[in-house]
Design a protein around this ligand. Structure first.
Ligand SMILES: NC(=O)c1ccc[n+]([C@@H]2O[C@H](COP(=O)([O-])OP(=O)(O)OC[C@H]3O[C@@H](n4cnc5c(N)ncnc54)[C@H](O)[C@@H]3O)[C@@H](O)[C@H]2O)c1
Length: 407
């Protein structure tokens, strides 16, 4: 039986006099696992924060090529944990600390394959941030390498754990409220890509392109919702507003800032995705329509107004039954720890996976399919043609992935 817990109440101002000896509801098991975080920028630090909040693992050590990133990460971690972090001098020693149970790779996209190779040689379980790589060839090489790894490799596609998508999946798949689904549309409206170390995210060669870097999240969600493989992709878009005058070491930025992508799935479902990256604030929408009804989800993160994220789901089924409209939230501490709580639930899956349990986190195969759609969309955007996934993979001698496991 699960013990009742009131963990997040323990730090309330009027509860600080409770000593360890009197902790029952506030009690927490000591962390069972040791994490090593490789790349301690924005996302590496988010993983450190979330690990401390969840409390099932401690951060054992960190490695980053830039000392300032480690200094910043260490200072932020000190504010939430008394654990002393090990600092590794190089990637090999970070990957091969005998006390580490899992390696978390949070370096920029263009480094993933090389860093992963050293990580795989350790034989340890690995968490690799999305997107897996910058090219399809590298993503497939990564899949092949991961399939020969004795431990698991988990991919950081955590949007599936956002409250509205969890609820939408439940509505569509478990309750079947919409009947047979036929169309899926998603959109993201947001500000430009943020500043990064070395401004790596301003160049397609470092990211794989905007549709790979950012939109692999949404392609993963649509692949999961469609429960099928993409067969054709068409995209249009380009560079309208962002970073038009941006140069780094004399090289001009080449990243896109808006796009429309259409996807045909093998099972007949049609999907569309809209991206706009020159908005003042963040919003996401998902609309799934079946022969019995429609689900609409919204997420609005208005940091100018400094109001908490607004997240909702509407289930509209007309005369087929009760429709409803619901505001959704996770506990605030969880939402504030990163990506509106999604990263926290991704960590639960990571810990469960270390415990040997079945989990629903992103597999390498799913990471690859998010990249296949993203790379096909980039190619369509470049060429102006519809991209057949079959021909696209064959042209790169990658058709063997079509025979691989489930989407
Ligand atoms: N899952 C998500 O929602 C999400 C969100 C943001 C970023 N990301 C991904 O996380 C990764 C990192 O992005 P970020 O926003 O933290 O970038 P960042 O620039 O803030 O941090 C990257 C860090 O990696 C370090 N680094 C670069 N090359 C390295 C190497 N070879 N070895 C060790 N350290 C190295 C840099 O010095 C920097 O500190 C990217 O792949 C990005 O796409 C995922």
């Amino acid at each position: 039986m699960t013990k009742a817990r009131l963990r997040f109440f323990e730090n309330s101002v009027n509860q600080r006099h409770i000593t360890d000896a009197d902790r029952y509801l506030y009690q927490q098991e000591p962390p069972r696992y040791n994490l090593v975080v490789i790349g301690t920028g924005t996302m590496g630090q988010e993983h450190m924060r979330v690990a401390a909040l969840l409390g099932r693992a401690r951060v054992l050590g960190i490695y980053d090529q830039q000392v300032h990133s480690m200094d910043a990460a260490e200072a932020a971690y000190r504010a939430i944990s008394s654990d002393v972090l090990r600092r590794y001098a190089d990637l090999e020693s970070a990957c091969n600390d005998a006390d580490a149970d899992v390696l978390m790779i949070c370096t920029p996209n263009f480094t993933h394959l090389e860093v992963l190779k050293t990580a795989l040689a350790s034989g340890k379980p690995i968490f690799l941030e999305k997107p897996m790589a910058t090219t399809l060839a590298d993503a497939v090489a990564l899949l092949d390498a991961a399939e020969n790894h004795s431990a698991f490799v988990q991919i950081g596609l955590q949007y599936r754990y956002k409250a509205q998508y969890q609820e939408a999946f439940h509505e569509v798949k478990a309750r079947g409220s919409l009947g047979q689904i036929h169309t899926i549309s998603m959109s993201e409206y947001r500000p430009p890509f943020l500043d990064k170390v070395g401004q790596w995210n301003k160049f397609n060669c470092n990211t794989g392109g905007t549709l790979v870097e950012k939109c692999c999240h949404y392609f993963d969600l649509m692949n999961l919702m469609a429960d099928s493989r993409a067969v054709r992709v068409y995209a249009t878009g380009g560079r309208a507003v962002n970073f038009l005058d941006f140069k780094k070491d004399g090289v001009a930025s080449d990243i896109d800032d808006h796009a429309f992508v259409c996807i045909d799935y093998a099972n007949g479902i049609k999907a569309s995705f809209t991206l706009n990256m020159f908005c003042a604030d963040f919003s996401e929408e998902l609309i799934v329509v079946g022969d019995q009804g429609r689900v609409v989800t919204h997420e609005r993160f208005d940091f100018h107004a400094q109001v908490p994220t607004q997240t909702s789901i509407k289930v509209e089924i007309g005369e087929n039954g009760a429709s409803r409209s619901t505001q959704l939230s996770y506990p605030k501490l969880i939402e504030q720890s990163g990506h509106h709580g999604a990263t926290y639930y991704e960590h639960i899956a990571l810990m469960d996976q270390l415990d040997g349990k079945q989990v629903d986190c992103a597999t390498v195969q799913q990471g690859l399919w998010s990249m296949i759609v993203a790379c096909a969309a980039q190619e369509s955007l470049r060429s102006g043609h519809v991209v057949s996934i079959d021909s696209f993979l064959r042209a790169q001698q990658l058709q063997h992935v079509l025979e691989g496991g489930k989407v």
